[in-house]
Design a protein. Sequence first.
Length: 308
Amino acid sequence: MTDNRRLPPLGSLRVFVAAARSQSVTGAAAELHLTHGAVSHQLRQLQDQLGVALFERHGRGLKLTAQAAVYAEQVARALGEIGQATEQLLAMRDYRRLRVSCMPSFAARWLLPRLGSFISHHRELDVEVQSSARLADIKGGEADVALRFGHGRYPGLSCRLLMRDWYYPVCSPEFIARHALLDPAQLGELPLLRSNDELWQPWFTAAGLIVDEPQRGAVFDDSNLMLMAAASGQGVALARHTLALDGLASGALRRPFRLAVESPLSYYFICRLADEQQAGIVAFRAWVFEEAASYRAPDGELAPSPQS
């Protein structure tokens, strides 16, 4: 077994290999971004520790002794193996963490209630859900995977359609009973919960209503909060089908009318082109598309997207 107490410092060995390769203190200094004096000092220290002459002066350069030439070749090979082992270790570390970016409302209402099944089947992965209104820079490496709600135009990235969506009014059962809500025309006299990103007007038009876009009342920048407000009886919300499904299934929300309008936006699975075949991404993509396969269009009358 090697006595590690006799091993020279790794830094000195890197300097030695660089000097052997360039046959020059100046060349080694430039390669390692060190000063000329620092390289000379480390080479002297290495020679003193080993008790072996490593270089002979050769004009303005250096010439390896015969023993040192063999040593340099062996050390360079060992340093290369250390570098490869380090890269493999870092790749395993990166592989274990799968960073998934999506909007807060989608994370809360769709992804997180289902994610447990993926985690239980892939314990080798640490899933990090990045839930923010600010879109993560996938190209820049801020996340490995993104579930985006948009038009599907993501240049330079792998983009696959995951799910389409529809929107319709929802409110609490108590709200329906309290207001005897039966006719869409009643909406003009009721509190409508609003999102800046999704207007009521397309649904009004599909329902045959001549009603202006609501200008007053509660406005939400997070659809999950808007649906929570609707479930607590604060008004009628215009909900995306994907986000309202679990609330409808639990009975916390109800659809007072059967009309749904197709959204011009859809959900997409996004990742870097170079990462499409990484094991963690392949596993997560297969799982999320399997979950999406059970998703169905809403019941009732379906109107086309206003942008069709």
